[in-house]
Structures are given as C-alpha cells and as structure tokens.
Unconditional design. Structure first.
Length: 202
C-alpha cells in the first residue's frame, strides 16, 4: 500500500493514479454538490499535515478548496457522531449525501445518475446497488436532518436505525458500478482496487 506518509490512514491511501482516497471522493462530490464537508477524527493532525490545510497551500488544498473541514472530538462514537457534526453546517432544507472515505472507487457517472434520480424523488432515501447489494454513497432527504441531530451519538445502529425504520421510503439505484460496494477495510480490499498490498490502519 502506498502509505505516502500516512502510515496506512485510509484518507491518505492512494489509488493507482496517485490521488488519495479523500481527494478522489472530494473531486467527484464537489462536481455535483453545493457544499462538501469533511469530518476528521483520530487522524486529524496527520491528515491536515499531509494535505497542507494548516500551512502553505499545496496541490491538494487547491484541488479541495471548497471543502469545509470539521473535527469530531467524539469520533470514538462512530460515523453517526461524525454525521451529526457535519449536518449543522449544511444549508437549511437541503438533502445530504454521505460517502465514507473507505469507498473511493465509485464512478462519476454513478453520482450523476443517483442525483438525477434524487431530483425526481427528493423525499426518498436513495441508495446505489450492485448485483443486489446496496452500497455507497447514499442520499438522505432533508426531512431526516432534525431527527438525526436530536438522536444520541450512540443511537443503536446509527443511520441503520433510520434505514430500517424508513425502509419503505428507500429507492435503490441499480448500477453496473462495482465501486459502490467496494469498501476498503483490509489489505486484500485495497489490492482489489489498486493492485498494491500493505497494511491499513484501523
């Protein structure tokens, strides 16, 4: 794995073209989104140093100039707590898309198609799927924002609580993009998308 100074930190892992997971996801989301918020946790300092957000701007900070960075001091509570840090920064009344940093291989066309479907049914939850398996990124309606913010950080299941409760409100976007289900959690996962094998920091 190309650690590139990041000691296996997922956000700093690189794809075959040398672009970090974080930058690759940002580039695609920024093309279709009004605002992109990046929530950092345990590896905040390493990521900020590597991407040069906290110093002289480098290539990546120029490429990610529209991103708003927020630190989740409660990162040990999981992704749901990170979502709760981001939502207050979103424009009021907007739907929101979530793309975990360990899912960097989604095609640009998938974002475009998913958003087109959301445009027709803005009150639905939109989830891409491949071969019958649901994946990322997903779009959630603005009607869920208040409920999520009012829920505790340790809500059992986190977002899955709402997906289970509102399962009749989910629309699946069937795609031939295997990237939607390619979460990079192990060296073998990383090898599948890059051809390189090494250690991933948990």
């Amino acid at each position: 794995m190309k650690k590139d100074g990041g000691a296996g930190i997922k956000a700093l892992l690189t794809l075959s073209d040398g672009v970090t997971f974080l930058e690759a996801i940002y580039r695609k989301m920024a093309e279709f989104s009004e605002k992109v918020i990046i929530v950092l946790g345990a590896d905040k300092d390493e990521i900020l140093t590597r991407l040069k957000f906290a110093g002289k701007p480098g290539r990546m900070v120029r490429q990610m100039g529209r991103a708003e960075i927020v630190y989740n001091e409660n990162y040990k509570n999981g992704m749901f707590s990170s979502l709760k840090k981001a939502l207050p920064l979103m424009p009021a009344g907007n739907a929101f898309m979530i793309n975990p940093v360990d899912c960097p291989a989604v095609k640009k066309e998938t974002y475009k198609g998913l958003l087109a479907k959301w445009g027709k049914y803005p009150d639905k939850i939109h989830i891409p799927s491949f071969d019958g398996r649901r994946g990322h990124p997903a779009i959630y309606p603005s009607s869920l924002v208040r409920e999520i913010l009012d829920a505790p950080d340790n809500l059992p299941g986190g977002l899955k609580f709402f997906l289970k409760r509102d399962k009749e409100n989910i629309l699946y976007f069937d795609t031939n993009d295997k990237g939607v289900i390619m979460d990079v959690d192990t060296p073998a996962d990383y090898e599948k998308i890059t051809g390189v094998r090494s250690v991933i920091k948990k």
